[in-house]
Design a protein around this ligand. Structure first.
Ligand code: ZN
Ligand code: FE
Length: 251
């Protein structure tokens, strides 16, 4: 495995991720909400890159301080240079990105924000606030149609892909999911495990694509049980996604 990935809890429920490329020892951080926890996690190592999935303050808040301290290069969505503090390199699906010897796939997944991206490398995907464990981010700048397109794009990644998302929202997301699919055995089993983990304040991240496909209501608009719960048995996929998102907004 050429990558070592460490969770860096930030603010109240954010995760930044410190990633070290094994061959070169290069370090990058994904979505540093704040500088101090990242500095502590680095434990003397040098930070070369800062990767941002989107412009929200709880994902870029540590950019400038870490850049000033380490001379790190800031990499973010090319479409959103004006809103990414300190950005040096704008990336998109066509450009991809290179982390030392490792080719990184950039996925454009607008919905939560209009220029949100994900970084896929070495079987791990950093999804920011577009895809959460058993949930998805609010639609601040996009539509339900864009959300479904983004989520579908992510589901085309291999089932074993490990998912590293921007927040520890898993327990609440799962409780909402259970209101729509109380009969989903995979969901019930996962929730038992998530409740056990959170009792001990243990992170529920990473998830996997297989697990999300089985339990995340936003990846399951075809589920009969979910459609019945919403009263949308014959609706289109987009209508189901839109209504699921609406209900989650007020859950
Ligand atoms: Zn956000
Ligand atoms: Fe966020």
């Amino acid at each position: 495995m050429p990558l070592k990935i460490e969770l860096v809890p930030c603010l109240t429920d954010n995760y930044a991720y410190l990633i070290e490329e094994a061959q070169t020892g290069l370090c990058a951080v994904v979505d540093p909400s704040e500088a101090e926890p990242v500095r502590r996690a680095l434990a003397g190592r040098k930070l070369t890159y800062i990767l941002n999935t989107h412009h929200h303050p709880d994902h870029v808040g540590g950019n400038l301080e870490l850049k000033a301290q380490f001379g790190a290069q800031v990499v973010g969505p090319a479409m959103d240079r004006a809103r990414i503090p300190g950005i040096d390199t704008g990336v998109d699906e066509a450009s991809g990105w290179q982390f030392g010897p490792l080719a990184v796939q950039v996925l454009e997944i607008p919905a939560h924000t209009r220029s949100h991206i994900a970084f896929m490398m070495d079987g791990a995907v950093f999804t920011g606030d577009t895809l959460f464990a058993m949930g998805c981010g609010r639609l601040f700048e996009g539509t339900a149609q864009m959300l479904w397109q983004a989520l579908e794009k992510l589901t085309r990644l291999p089932d074993a892909t490990r998912i590293y998302c921007g927040h520890e929202y898993t327990l609440n997301n799962g409780r909402f999911a259970l209101t729509l699919e109380p009969g989903n055995a995979a969901l019930r089993a996962r929730m038992a495990e998530v409740e056990r983990l959170r009792t001990h304040h243990t992170p529920t991240i990473p998830s996997t694509m297989a697990l999300e496909k089985a339990t995340n209501p936003f990846l399951r608009p075809m589920s009969i049980e979910l459609r019945r719960s919403l009263g949308l048995e014959h609706a289109t996929t987009i209508e189901v996604i839109a209504e699921t998102r609406r209900r989650k907004d007020t859950f």
